[in-house]
Design a protein around this ligand. Structure first.
Ligand code: PMP
Length: 455
């Protein structure tokens, strides 16, 4: 999809060609400044962009003095301006923040703690500064360890912005060519029924097993072999398809049988987002080889990680090396440790499951019966709601209208994703509580009362 000036449209993106009508003087001035110096390469959310000046917990304060409920932020997983994270960062900044080529306690304290949350075999970790860097390193490690080049991802996958990772991210579209060593597999029609209910692992694998086989065959016939399947356990950009637990365990077996690895991209799914377990691959009981992390890891401090079975790293170390100037720096490590403290102290993994189930049930109750409601899927506090044209076809324009109405009328922030950007994406900080849920439900009720989900 393109905007009016022919740029690639972004879900819930401000259309710079729409002009500044409807914006107040402050917003219009900032949009102008932004366009002048940052250009239009990077998206800006909403028909009427939001000027944010502060945040606490699940709330953001607008420059207009209004309180906004943040239902879209998986980075601030333990809440905006979390005092414990702030304290840890400030304390470490006041001590030292050098690189990892010296002996330091902070990186070791966090690394030991992190690998302790993973299966015994995933016993080593390297640190990065973003999810993209994590996936980039994971792909290089998988290549070296297997001696193969081929990569398999889902049809709508997004894995990040480095040249290598972008070349295996079909959600960017065809503006830049995808890698010749990439095979993609469609999953959006196999994981859920029409009402959003999970397909069983057996039913899902009956459809997906042959598709992955075909992808592996194509890479082998092309001479690339299979280095890995790189998979976002939340299937976020495919339209939020958490699916039934179990089928990814079979995928792991299938890729192992081809001599490849399973790389679990936990940038979205990790740190408890899916509820009940800390890591998305654990929902499936899958034998992952490499686990990549980012976004919520530092609650806004840039930090990512690549955890792996150590033989993979041993092969890598025997022929090349990994050093990253900021990776594993003490400030990032202290932030990440403080996030882990908060996840444990507040019981956020169990909370995400219970709260996500309650929220999903509440939203279904409100949306059911409205013509444009096409079903709701969720795991933990990651929810996707299909908006249709009333005849089961995805309707991105209608989803966009709901996203903007929630922002304007309810001061509730969500966004859209998936095919045609027609899936409402609800993914609040994990500290989202019952009063926040009540506010979101109330706002959605008003959207439905206004007729927006029927027209
Ligand atoms: N993997 C997934 C599944 C993601 O959603 C993202 C970011 N949206 C990334 C990787 C890239 O992370 P980052 O933006 O931190 O580089």
């Amino acid at each position: 999809m393109k905007d009016a000036q022919g740029r690639k449209a972004v879900a819930n993106g401000f259309d710079f060609s729409q002009g500044l009508a409807g914006l107040n003087a402050d917003e219009a001035a900032l949009v102008r400044r932004r366009e002048k110096v940052l250009g239009t390469m990077g998206p800006l959310f909403y028909d009427r962009p939001l000027h944010v000046v502060a945040g606490t917990g699940t709330h953001l304060l607008g420059a207009d003095g209004e309180d906004y409920l943040d239902c879209y932020n998986n980075v601030a997983c333990v809440g905006h301006s979390n005092p414990h994270v702030r304290q840890a960062v400030a304390d470490q900044l006041g001590r030292q923040n050098t690189h990892s080529r010296y002996l330091q306690d902070e990186v070791l304290d966090y690394a030991e703690r992190l690998v302790a949350t993973l299966p015994d075999a995933i016993d080593h970790v390297a640190f990065t500064n973003s999810g993209s860097e994590s996936n980039d390193l994971a792909l290089r490690m998988a290549r070296v360890a297997t001696g193969h080049m081929g990569v398999v991802v889902t049809q709508g996958a997004y894995h990040g912005i480095t040249s290598l990772v972008a070349s295996v991210s079909p959600s960017f579209g065809t503006g830049l060519p995808l890698a010749p060593f990439l095979a993609t597999v469609r999953v959006d029609d196999a994981l859920h029924g029409a009402d959003g209910a999970d397909a069983s692992a057996d039913a899902a694998w009956a459809v997906l097993g042959p598709r992955f086989k075909q992808a592996f065959d194509a890479l082998e016939h092309g001479g690339y072999g299979v280095s890995c399947v790189l998979i976002d356990e939340a299937m976020s950009s495919d339209g939020i398809l958490p699916g039934a637990c179990g089928w990814i365990a079979r995928l792991a077996d299938a890729v192992h049988a081809r001599g490849g690895l399973l790389v679990s991209d936990e940038v979205q799914a990790g740190f408890g987002r899916m509820g009940g377990v800390l890591w998305g691959f654990q929902r499936h009981g899958a034998d992952a080889d490499i686990v990549t992390m980012g976004k919520p890891m530092g609650n806004g401090i840039p930090v990512g990680g690549v955890a792996y079975k150590h033989p993979i790293g041993d092969v890598f170390a025997s022929c090349t090396r990994y050093f990253n100037t900021f990776g594993g720096n003490p400030v990032s490590m202290r932030a990440a440790g403080a996030v882990m403290d908060e996840i444990e102290r507040l019981g956020l993994v169990a909370h995400a499951q219970a709260m996500g189930d309650r929220l999903a049930e509440g939203l279904r109750g409100i949306l059911r019966g409205h013509a444009r409601f096409g079903g709701l899927r969720h795991a933990g506090l990651f929810l996707g709601i299909d908006v249709t044209d009333g005849a089961a076809r995805p309707d991105g324009a209608a989803a966009r209208a709901v996203v903007n109405a929630l922002r304007d009328d309810g001061h509730v922030l969500i966004s859209a994703a998936g095919p045609g950007d027609a899936v409402l994406k609800v993914r609040p900080p994990l500290v989202f509580d019952d009063s926040d849920a009540a506010r979101l439900l109330d706002a959605m009720q008003r959207i439905c009362d206004s007729g927006l989900m029927d027209r």
